[in-house]
Ligand binder design. Sequence first.
Ligand SMILES: [Zn+2]
Ligand SMILES: [Zn+2]
Length: 346
Amino acid sequence: MSLMRAVTFPRFGGPEELRCTEVACPEPAAAEVLIRTHAAGICYHDVLSRGGHIPRDKPGQILGHEIAGEIVGLGAGVPQSRLGERVVVYVRLHCGHCRYCLGGRPDLCRDSRVVGEHGGGGYAEYTTVPSRNAVRVPDGLSLEHAAMACCPIGTSVRAVLGVAQAGPGDVVLVTGAGGGLGLHQIQVAKSVGAHVIAVTSSDSKVETIRAVGADEVVVSPDLRFSAEVWQRTGKQGADIILENVVTGTIGESLRSAAQNAAIVVLGNIGARKVEMDPGLIIMRRLRIMGSGNATYQDLRRALHLMATGKVRPMIDRVLPFAEASDGHALMENRATTGRVLLSGWG
Ligand SMILES: [Zn+2]
Ligand SMILES: [Zn+2]
């Protein structure tokens, strides 16, 4: 049995629980590929897992679902031509047989889970996934950048192009615009010619929000932004609202909405119930929709937008895997603008 280096945690707890160890190197089963990990993103989801906040997680598992690398081994039945391919991992392991999987919506599969949620993740030298989950990375796109193609950039593509179906001239309002999702959503919306109004609670993010292409920035420390949105849109409101915050903002978002607007709910920052005015929803014929993981089509669109320079991944810094605990501390304290990526074993 060969060994590999991996970052694991012996018990749930703070970032300091993460440590480099040696574990058995996985072997690809039939229809699987073995990937040598080049880069793995630290998602806030990983921070929650390590802290023991995700049901059914176990300590000792290998975290990480934002994975890019090279195919270095093939299970039975996988075409030989895939050996050496540069790939990004599609984030959900799904059944492949249900009506959602067959309909191109593996993100809805009931028999699915996120890679790394119960082990086998990207904080390791090698990982195995079904070959269909390993999606080719276009030439010219680095594997560091590609690691972010499914989550968080594919997640943004799902919300903006999949769920909201934004198009040229649509007015798109983004709450929590300075966060990891917001900064990518702005770029995806701009890539199809939408007009983006970004809402942020603090001055400190304005420069970054403008730099990624937002047309207008509303700074709203008290989160009462609807009057300004109303005035900036000539009393028309926004056609699409990307709600990355929800707690404390959803009322103002609904008041900022145009007739027949789409309100896409992605954030659950406060994890609390919120109140909505049904009269407003009926009067304006509002459509309130949830959005989550990317589909394969979203992932391919994300890779294209990145390879053509339309979407620039927001990377705060790249750390070696041995410093995963530092990376988690940065993410947990929200001390970063963009992702912390892990790459290299030093
Ligand atoms: Zn993620
Ligand atoms: Zn399925």
